[in-house]
Design a protein around this ligand. Sequence first.
Ligand SMILES: Cc1ncc(COP(=O)(O)O)c(C=O)c1O
Length: 398
Amino acid sequence: MNPGIAQLQPYPFEKLAALKAGCEPPRTLEPIALYIGEPRHPTPSLITEALIAHLHGLAVYPSTRGLPALRQAIADWLTGRFALPAGSLDPERQILPVNGTREALFAIAQAVVDPSRAPLVLMPNPFYQIYEGAALLAGAQPHFLPCLPENGFFPDFASVDAATWDRCRLLYLCSPANPSGAVLDLDSLSRLIELAQAHDFVIASDECYAELYLDESTPPPGLLQAAAALGNTQFTGCICFHSLSKRSNAPGLRSGFVAGDARLIEQFYAYRTYHGCAMPLPTQHASLAAWSDEAHVRANRALYREKFAAVVELLAPVLPVEAPAAGFYLWPRTPIPDTDFVRRLFAEQNVTLLPGSFLSRPHNGQDPGANRVRIALVPPLDECVEAAWRIRRFVEGL
Ligand SMILES: Cc1ncc(COP(=O)(O)O)c(C=O)c1O
């Protein structure tokens, strides 16, 4: 067997099920789930209608490269969104559709890591667990970089030594970050691109929350934008990942894309033809419709803004909560250990959150997820408000 399989950790939701086992929440309270990052706003009809209108596309095998029109729509979207120089992205050579970013974030490690060179894959901690599994199954060693509040919930990249960068083959970035919602600024992205060039590693920038930002006038910057600002308009060493799951409330569509360095994309394409993960044609047409429309995304942001405002106001008297720059999570510190907090809140109030330590790994004697909880404001406003009242009552009773 691949030895990496034995090293895989249970998924956070499996740990959560075990944590809740045996609890009997009050039957009088409806369950409220704020633990999973699954958007619950309705999928826009422009997506569902395009999907239905192209169902006949199921009769043919799709190509791994995807429809030229889809790649062109993505290139146009990226160019506009990140103010890239006109024509800098070639849709033929620099963009591939993927069946959700999860599979692509996993697959990129398999494509770029050479396991014979004792490689490291660097990643934030806490993190989206796919990064770790991808590193292990690619034969690399995951190297965790703690994301602490004193560093804006991002790794202190300056403290990583040259020997570590030399062994690094792949760096996963996640901005806006899951779970903190923090956004990496353009300067930090630029410095990382320079490091990637100096030490010959690839940056995989997970930007799947990039379209859910709270200040309408300040969209989070992206990796390709930083590369272009440095004059790296070939995007050498850079690959970004975008998804329709959160942006367009379509997690079941399984649609995203990768874009960036043509040389990397070409190798990744070769890998993917064997991996067998071409996107079905109806999904491609629905995706084309989604990337070509911004009105539904603006409306989506407005809903999250409303929920953050209401919930933060209710929780602020009892928990240190602040609305993040982006994403749909709150990431407060807990007055008791995070696992106790989650278990007792569920038992007493029938509200389920995710313990922070289920998203992190202890490292050098500290666990950057410990004593925090992730609160996903994915249900409708009234449910989020009801949950906030229940969390508040629970904390007041501690
Ligand atoms: C940080 C992060 N990256 C990637 C994904 C995967 O999203 P999808 O596969 O739906 O595009 C998620 C989903 O929760 C996520 O939180």
